[in-house]
Design a protein around this ligand. Structure first.
Ligand SMILES: [Zn+2]
Ligand SMILES: [Zn+2]
Length: 417
């Protein structure tokens, strides 16, 4: 909880503005990442202190110290087994102690099956309305908030009804429309912490082009299997493969492509790739570009394999097709030149392995060309006999005005003569 310095109201961790008075909150820089990462070593140590050494007979303390992962397992196991160990010793004197099976944790045995529609999660705050995909690694649900919320008119954040100001951008919510919150909920087995920390890494790099991350929680909803959940914003938009790119300007094509380059680099940085990325994983909302293919996301280990290269190649092909119409003679002359050069570069690379950094550089160059003023014109804006700075004893003062093609406002320069 963060206490507001202005009004004393308590706000949730990670909030940027007070929900009651709208004052900016001072957030320690580590706060947001702590909220969405795996348990920290300090937390694990704290849990281990509660455990009597005698209750963990098969694992030496040194083993536990060496491996943080093992440490976590041992702590959980010890808690699960501590009651039965105690009973065993009381009822059967001299009987061997129950060994704790570190190698087969309980959660692996419980089946990881998708929850039914209508399932309630996080103290009944979310209701599952549909299953998007299910697999052994990750289930994805469409869900709604069980209580109405208000949508921030400025940034789209879904806030509970009792909050007066948006916790994300500080905008007043008095005019905000009341609505049912719609979310995607990702569900992974508790053992899949690696998957979650990769996802966390992705959000730390490129959160601005991903659906908003609302919260993460852990639960054991309807059977013995422990599961982790991440609640994400549900985005309305068209799939990139269905968007009619021919209605776009060249600038929009290039800007979108640059965003997608960031996405590809981010995915590959953390060890994810998405087969058939363009076809079913990129959503274009009215503003911006959002990646939403969590159902299609796959992990890759070590070497960059052919699937990853295929993802980059598919993206390059999309860009080449999107740029081609602009390279014709009917396009405005400066645009046609830029588009033609980019198209040629992409065609040359066809068949070769395209690098994201190279692609990014080509796009930056094209963008710069497109934005550069084709003609720089000066004009005389005003002339006076007496300048305003009398101490300079100047004779006359003239302002020159120039306007760059890519900016809508003129810039003035004063000249003393
Ligand atoms: Zn406040
Ligand atoms: Zn907002």
């Amino acid at each position: 909880m963060i206490r507001c310095a202005a009004c004393g109201c308590e706000n949730r961790d990670g909030a940027k503005f007070c929900r009651d008075c709208g004052a900016p909150l001072e957030v320690p820089s580590a706060e947001p990442s702590e909220q969405i990462t795996a348990p920290q070593p300090e937390q694990l140590e704290a849990t281990c202190e509660d455990v009597e050494p005698a209750e963990v007979p098969t694992v030496s303390k040194e083993d536990v110290e060496e491996s943080p992962a093992l440490k976590e397992t041992v702590c959980e196991e010890a808690h699960d087994e501590s009651v039965s160990v105690g009973e065993e010793v009381e009822t059967q004197e001299g009987a061997p102690q129950v060994a704790v099976e570190v190698e087969s944790p309980v959660q692996v045995e419980a089946p990881f099956t998708a929850l039914p529609e209508g399932a309630l999660l996080a103290e009944r705050r979310y209701e599952v309305v549909a299953i998007v995909t299910e697999s052994q690694e990750c289930n994805i649900y469409e869900a709604i908030g069980t209580e109405d919320s208000r949508k921030c008119p400025q940034c789209g954040y879904l806030a509970p009804l009792d909050e007066n100001f948006c916790a994300e951008c500080g905008a007043s919510l008095s005019e905000a429309e009341q609505c049912v919150g719609r979310y995607y909920i990702l569900e992974v087995p508790r053992g899949a912490d690696v998957w979650l920390s990769k996802l966390d890494g992705l959000y730390q790099r490129i959160a601005d082009i991903l659906p908003r991350w609302y919260e993460k929680f852990e639960a054991c909803p309807y059977d013995a299997s422990e599961r982790s959940y991440v609640v994400l914003e549900q985005i309305d938009g068209e799939l990139l493969s269905e968007v009619d790119v021919s209605t776009w300007s060249l600038k929009r094509v290039l800007e979108t492509a640059r965003t997608l380059c960031r996405l590809l680099a981010g995915l590959m940085d953390v060890g994810f790739y998405v087969p058939r990325l363009v076809e079913h994983a990129i959503v274009i909302p009215p503003e911006g570009v959002i990646f939403i293919g969590f159902h299609a996301m796959r992990e890759y280990e070590g070497e960059v394999d052919t699937d990853v290269l295929e993802m980059v190649r598919e993206f390059t092909a999309w860009l080449r097709n999107a740029v081609q119409p602009f390279a014709t003679e009917t396009a405005p002359s400066s645009e046609a030149g830029t588009a033609q050069k980019l198209f040629d570069e992409l065609s040359e690379r066809e068949g070769a392995i395209p690098g994201i950094a190279e692609l990014s550089a080509s796009l930056d160059k094209a963008m710069k060309e497109l934005e550069a003023a084709s003609v720089l014109s000066f004009r005389k804006a005003a002339l006076t006999d007496v300048g305003r700075v009398r101490e300079l004893n100047e004779d006359s003062f003239m302002t020159l005005e120039w306007e760059a093609a890519y900016e809508s406002h003129p810039v003035r320069i004063g000249v003393y003569l």
